[in-house]
Design a protein around this ligand. Structure first.
Ligand SMILES: Nc1nc2c(ncn2[C@@H]2O[C@H](COP(=O)(O)OP(=O)(O)OP(=O)(O)O)[C@@H](O)[C@H]2O)c(=O)[nH]1
Length: 492
């Protein structure tokens, strides 16, 4: 096992140098199969096919099972609402024969037809096609399932009016197609393919109708010309000419291509270099069970954990909770695609507090800290305005322990004092960040704010030295996190 992990480490160090996971590396079955084995549990849980709303079960593409981290938070799907069912062209009972006329007239008057308030007969209508609705489903955490079935979702069409072509009180309306409800993870942004925002499904219960089902066709009464006028007094749906037959056909359901983008919903984002101990921290203070191992890039996708309420707040607010997201490790050059890249940083968008996790036993922890801040700045300078605390981890190791005071001072010196009333923004900054799409690649770093150095942004709210593995000072760290969450109940 030791050699295997060593091999993995080598593989991923190569990966960081060559900017991306290239096919040659993926083609090394000795390394990749082992890696896949190690991840198999979480992957087999996450690549599950959708329930109910999945008529076809196409196998997931090979690239998806090999590199889920590239697909878990983005998907393009096409949804089609159901077509309306077909109405019917009906003739009058008795077929208009002279000797049956009287009989037919009686039938008209007495039969138990569905009637309008004015007594006119209502002819049956076909069923409406099903709408397609996307809803925020708390049980889902990735968009992986939307890659494995050609990305097409179709709602059912409405039912037709019975095939009997004669007006009859027993004729029924066609049944509606029934809506197709598709669950997406909380925090999914739904956009049209042209980029226009449809909805941001950030809260449990949020839903959006993305494609409307077609109306069902109506039924028409076909009567001979000489009886048409009289029939019109009995029902509004008398066919005037052949062109009216188009009304019998149901309308087509809408079809739309959608881009789904997941931005995880979390109050706190954990950031740091690979191996700093982010996943261990998450596991130490929440019930999350992320993969933890002594090699970089153990975390391929964000892990979420819930922080219990703060008991010091008293019973009324004890239940208040915060969600923590452990993001994959960043390395220098992540903004150029090195390591796993920096796309995960979009998941910080909704956080109100960042926790920088720094390995205090590493070669140069201060430089590691600066590297992560620099990558954040390159992705989106707004992230450096966000309130944050720094956790100096692994103080159980002698190398870390002996330089804690020095490291704390050094890190506190990086950054200005923060105004406690809220995030520091100039009016220009605020306008700028409101207008733009925060997920777009960073042209934002090339603006006015590029000239700002890391030192020009606010410093940490607290620097705490801990060993999350051994439970040293974890209580102090929790206090600092909770105090920060209280001071900054939201970040806009
Ligand atoms: N000695 C010591 N080791 C720790 C501590 N915290 C974490 N580790 C170890 O550091 C290694 C990496 O921990 P992870 O929690 O996987 O680190 P990570 O930052 O999530 O790593 P990535 O997933 O690569 O981003 C594991 O072997 C942990 O056991 C600590 O407080 N003390």
């Amino acid at each position: 096992m030791a050699t295997t992990l060593g091999q993995l480490r080598t593989c991923f160090l190569q990966l960081t140098d060559s900017n991306k996971l290239d096919s040659a590396q993926l083609g090394r079955p000795d390394l990749i199969s082992t890696r896949r084995d190690l991840r198999s549990f979480s992957l087999s849980c996450r690549v599950k096919p959708p329930v109910n709303d999945s008529p076809s079960r196409d196998p997931a593409p090979a690239s998806l099972t090999r590199e889920p981290h590239k697909y878990f938070d983005q998907a393009v799907i096409t949804v089609r609402a159901g077509d309306g069912g077909r109405g019917s062209v009906l003739s009058v009972p008795g077929g208009g024969k002279a000797d049956d006329k009287e009989k037919a007239g009686k039938v008209w008057k007495k039969a138990a037809y569905k009637r309008d308030f004015d007594g006119s007969v209502i002819l049956p209508v076909a069923g409406k096609g099903g709408d397609v609705i996307l809803f925020a489903d708390e049980g889902k955490d990735t968009l992986l399932e939307f890659h494995g079935r050609n990305g097409r979702y179709c709602a059912k069409r409405g039912g037709n009016v019975d095939a009997v072509r004669v007006l009859n009180p027993l004729l029924r309306d066609g049944v509606d197609g029934g809506d197709l409800r598709i669950g997406v993870p909380l925090g999914t942004v739904v956009k049209r393919k042209n980029g226009k925002l449809f909805a941001d499904l950030a809260n449990p219960g949020d839903e959006v109708l993305v494609a409307r089902g077609g109306q069902g066709g109506i039924s028409l009464l076909e009567v001979p010309l000489h009886r048409r006028k009289k029939s019109m007094t009995l029902t509004a749906n008398v066919m005037r000419d052949e062109s009216d037959k188009v009304l019998v056909l149901g309308q087509p359901g809408e079809e739309v291509s959608l881009e789904l983008i997941l931005r995880v919903v979390a109050d706190v984002g954990l950031v740091g270099l690979p191996n700093a101990g982010k996943s261990t921290l998450l596991a130490a203070i929440t019930r999350a069970k992320p993969d933890i191992a002594d090699y970089p890039f153990t975390t391929l996708m964000p892990n979420l954990g819930r922080l219990d309420g703060d008991p010091t707040l008293g019973a009324g607010r004890y239940s208040s909770e915060a969600t923590l997201a452990d993001l994959p490790g960043l390395i220098e050059g992540a903004h150029l695609g090195k390591g796993l890249g920096r796309n995960f940083l979009r998941h910080l968008r909704r956080t109100r507090l960042l926790v920088h996790v720094v390995d205090a036993a590493a070669e140069d922890p201060v430089n590691d800290y600066r590297t992560v801040k620099e990558e954040l700045r390159m992705y989106n300078p707004d992230y450096l305005d966000r309130p944050y605390i720094v956790v100096l981890n692994k103080i159980d190791l002698p190398k870390a322990m002996e330089r804690i005071t020095y490291l704390t001072q050094k890190i506190q010196q990086i950054g200005k004092e923060r105004c406690t009333l809220g995030p520091e923004k100039t009016s220009n900054d605020a306008a700028e960040s409101d207008d733009r799409d925060i997920d777009a690649p960073s042209t934002r770093a090339s603006g006015i704010r590029r000239e700002k150095e890391i030192e020009d942004y606010p410093g940490p709210l607290a620097v705490v030295a801990v060993s999350v593995l051994n439970g040293i000072q974890v209580g102090e760290m929790l206090q600092a996190i909770r105090a920060a969450l209280r001071t900054y109940p939201e970040f806009t």
